[in-house]
Ligand binder design. Sequence first.
Ligand code: ADP
Length: 447
Amino acid sequence: MIKKLLIANRGEIALRIHRACREMGIQTVAVHSKADAEAMHVRLADERVCIGPAAASKSYLDIKSILAAAEITGADAIHPGYGFLAENATFAKMVEEHNITFVGPHPDHISLMGDKITGKKTVQALGIPVVPGSDGAIKDVKEALAFAKKNGYPVLIKATAGGGGKGMQVANNDTELKERLGIAKAEAKANFGNDDVFIEKYLTHPRHIEIQILADTHGNVLHLGERDCSIQRRHQKLWEEAPSPVITEKQRHDIGEKVVNAMKKLGYRGLGTIEFLYEDGQFYFIEMNTRVQVEHPVTEMVTGIDLVREQIRIAAGKVLTLQQKDIKIRGHAIECRINAESPETFMPCPGRIDFNHVPGGLGVRVDSAVYTGYTIPPHYDSLVSKLIVHADDRPKCLARLRRALSEYVISGIETTLPLHRKLAENADMQKGDYNIHWLEKVFLKGQ
Ligand code: ADP
């Protein structure tokens, strides 16, 4: 079993990983930038190593420094969390070459899914339905126009190496397509160092529904139901729930089975999320994430399974002790991502938290690494806290969420708490009547 694990991340996910390790009797090593010396996971870890200055490129993305920290401390495993190096196949490979366990999938599967075109082609061949799209990267404008003519507008131009909602452009007609293809390619090159783009049909009213899977190294694969992550701004998730308000037991079973069979054929190991758009009763694959997701807690709340613990056990070569028939979805869970941003303009608002009072009580969980007196550095993403609420059914969950949000106080900085309070009161949200465009096109327009 793993004895000492290095956490190659920061913020709430670093703390989340530390907590799982503590409960499993695994020692932890926190690596941190100079800006994060006072961070909670650094304070709580058994050992800490400063790996560089504030800039992520010189610390959390610096593979050599992280590997050196692992060698110095004698860590026998590295957990990459999400973001930073979590989906960097070179990193995963280098970790394994140093005889350190990488808590994640095989590097080949990271590369396969890191390229959206190969990812899509791979799962399609394994029996998973995909969004209609171009057959590979678009070579020129002519090919793009031909796709649009055949499939109709609107279309979406996507970067094959894209992520984090970046590198996407919608086109509604030939003129826009000609214009935006160049923009998309330039953006893809600037953000991801690869200007390959492909085209998909742009769905007009889908929900974002993703399936959580768990696969060990002994050929066992389980699905843990879905998460509905349709509340998004600029293709970034803000609120997630499990189960989805619109998915039936049969649909969950059918899509879950397809995904499990595909992952078995692929020989995948570890945690994985297969993301779909869901429109008019049909699922369309968009991408697979080969890591723990920000929104994993909603699945944990409804299944009672500690995903990070399972992820570490799998990396250590253990057999999954659960079977598909043991997975039961109980009640309803909602997660609100609380960001250090203006709730109106969404401009980041880093700074000192003067007072931090978290809600509690039955069914309330707060995954956050901030505390009173903590200063949020301006160098990283703006997530300050995840409020997760669980109850017997969706109406009770929403009532509990409103109660928890009314208790939550974070002062000194602006946060998106007021936005979540309004969302939890909203009539469409109460009905579960929303899709990926609703927040921007309906809710925020009405503010
Ligand atoms: P990223 O890797 O940048 O997160 P994804 O492919 O996962 O990109 O897509 C992110 C979001 O973009 C989706 O949740 C959805 O809101 C939107 N999106 C992606 N593909 C389409 C599509 N074909 N039609 C409409 N919206 C889409």
